[in-house]
Design a protein around this ligand. Sequence first.
Ligand SMILES: Nc1ncnc2c1ncn2[C@@H]1O[C@H](COP(=O)(O)OP(=O)(O)O)[C@@H](O)[C@H]1O
Ligand SMILES: [Mg+2]
Length: 284
Amino acid sequence: MMKELLEVRGLVRRFGKKTAVAGIDFTLEEGAFVGLLGPNGAGKTTTIRMLTGLYKPTSGSVRYYGRDFFSNQKGIKGNIGVVHQYSNLDRDLTAFENLNLHCILHGIPRSERKKRIEEALEFAGLAEHRNHQIKTFSGGMKRRLVIVRALLHEPRILFLDEPTVGLDPQIRRSLWDLIVKVNQVKSMAILLTTHYIEEAERLCKRVMIINEGKIIADAPPEELKKDLGRFVLEVFHEDGIEERLFQSKEEALEALKGCRETCKIREVTLEDVFLNLTGRRINV
Ligand SMILES: Nc1ncnc2c1ncn2[C@@H]1O[C@H](COP(=O)(O)OP(=O)(O)O)[C@@H](O)[C@H]1O
Ligand SMILES: [Mg+2]
């Protein structure tokens, strides 16, 4: 039987008295596309940093292909690609030069470098910009470049920490296309963190909801939502919005008829799931 790509058990990280990650468990298969969805401060970045070797866990274990990460970091790191929240490029270097730097740092043989870099630039739709300095790049172009840079050493899993934060909706969509392509064309597993509901729902085949350092739900988005109902009737009262859940649109429409206030019907989202589990919203 094939070993799981990643197995995380009882992972904890404290900073002084603060517990950022409070004991999380999950496994990830080859080629998986998983989201870690939660509000600011939930423990997403701390988790990614532990899984990629930037932070040492307070306790717990991380295994890649059955091997302990912390006693085999050097050997395992070749399987891992990561785009940190504030991943940076050298502004004065060209796209090609930035990618070449990554190749050198990762010990990719000289004879391989050019081919891999050209392929990466092509994959990101940036081939025409290969000799342009990063300071001429838009925010979206830079984000595309750091993603393909993380793939140059051909890892088996790519970690993306809030890959589209702060981008315009349009640019966000083009980045989603690239991320999906990485998963589908390169069959690379992806674990991305986000606090954007739509991003988790649209992209991820499986979503782990994280709150206060704990994973409180872990399933495909459709499964997470189905127990709640499929449609929400929002009733706009003077003192706030009441949300009523229904299994079918017909039922919601029926309830809408009896509404005296302003009402709106919409589909259930993972925000409703989060609200149901925690009593809070992800994005406030
Ligand atoms: N280096 C640190 N020192 C102290 N507290 C930290 C540190 N890094 C993170 N934290 C705290 O741990 C919690 C989780 O942070 P983080 O993992 O960055 O959450 P997220 O990425 O989900 O926003 C937050 O309360 C944060 O303030
Ligand atoms: Mg974060």
